[in-house]
Design a protein. Structure first.
Length: 323
């Protein structure tokens, strides 16, 4: 079998190839029923880091690699953004791969992954994290050949809106929308404390937050922040996804967190309900979120609100030594 020819794409050419990447992702979505590339890829295509790289096989497949811009691990193609305590993990590289149906039996994905591994080795090494959306058993075997092993699963969960519950706020808590220019510093401090060691959400910097709030989808009115007498105590950041290829418009709990001092008070549940109500008021009939398969407390909370598992995504990881 002839080895697929992989062309590297440097950051200053990302804007040129982005339409081709979108077509590849659309071709994959038409067969799989979901995208192959997550938000982190599209964000880095628009605002690449210095060491970012793309790898293209004609108009049939694309891989995108970006290094973390956080002080701890970086954003991901898909992430469980529900606060919990995890042990610290090293900074990593995020890899996304989209392969059109006609290129799925000739070793194209393996060739793209191998090119990404070589790039990481040449740029200081580190941990590669590849998220495969809607992972299957055959993905485990194919990616193992390139040294990538299953590390963790992520549930995409959905619920019909409206839900019947009303938020019950703990005594002394007041809630308002996020205010740009005022709330960034306290939010970063709480986020990084609540998600200490989390492999996607931990260690955000002011630059990371600024990139998100500059996105076209960002709406401060859908970013709820809760305060008690001691300051910021919790938040629920919602994101609306437009309907796409048969998928309905979705209101996503993008990231939700509660200060440890308020855990067990019901604040997280109240914030979740309030956020879902806010997107339903915008005409959204389906709520969505991502939850780590091993985050039992969050999973049970979301199940109690009516969420069901819609898709299972899987992170594959490997450590690459520097050349």
């Amino acid at each position: 079998m002839t080895e697929p020819s992989v062309a590297e794409v440097i950051p200053r050419r990302f804007s040129e190839v982005e339409p081709r990447v979108a077509r590849i992702d659309d071709d994959a979505r038409a067969v799989d029923g979901h995208p192959a590339l997550g938000d982190a890829v599209w964000l880095d295509l628009e605002h690449p880091t210095t060491d970012s790289a793309g790898f293209l096989v004609d108009d049939r497949a694309y891989a995108h690699l970006s290094a973390s811009d956080n002080t701890a691990p970086s954003d991901n193609a898909a992430s469980d953004n529900t606060a919990r305590n995890d042990t610290a993990t090293p900074r990593h590289w995020t890899l996304g791969v989209a392969v059109a149906p006609e290129a799925r039996s000739d070793g194209t994905r393996r060739a793209l992954v191998a090119a990404a591994v070589r790039h990481v080795a040449a740029h200081g090494g580190g941990r590669i994290v590849l998220w495969v959306l809607g992972a299957r058993a055959e993905d485990d075997a194919e990616l193992a050949a390139e040294g990538l092993r299953p590390a963790r699963d992520l549930y995409e969960m959905r619920v019909g809106l409206p839900i019947t519950w009303q938020p019950k706020w703990p005594a002394g808590v007041r809630v308002r929308p996020f205010e740009v220019g005022r709330d960034e510093a306290p939010w970063l401090e709480l986020n990084n404390r609540a998600f200490a060691g989390h492999p996607e959400q931990g260690g955000w910097t002011a630059s990371t937050l600024a990139r998100r709030t500059a996105e076209p989808w960002f709406e401060p009115a859908l970013f709820l922040v809760a305060f008690d007498a001691d300051g910021l105590v919790g938040f629920n950041w919602m994101k609306i996804h437009a309907a796409h290829d048969g998928d309905p418009a979705l209101g996503e709990i993008y990231v939700i967190g509660v200060d440890p001092r308020a855990q067990g008070t019901g604040l997280g549940r109240a914030l979740a309900i309030a956020g879902l109500q806010a997107v339903h008021e915008r005409g959204i009939d389906t709520g969505m979120l991502f939850c780590a398969a091993d985050n039992e407390a969050a999973f049970e909370l979301y199940r109690s609100l009516g969420f069901d598992v819609h898709r299972v995504d899987r992170a594959y990881e490997c450590e690459v030594p520097p050349v």
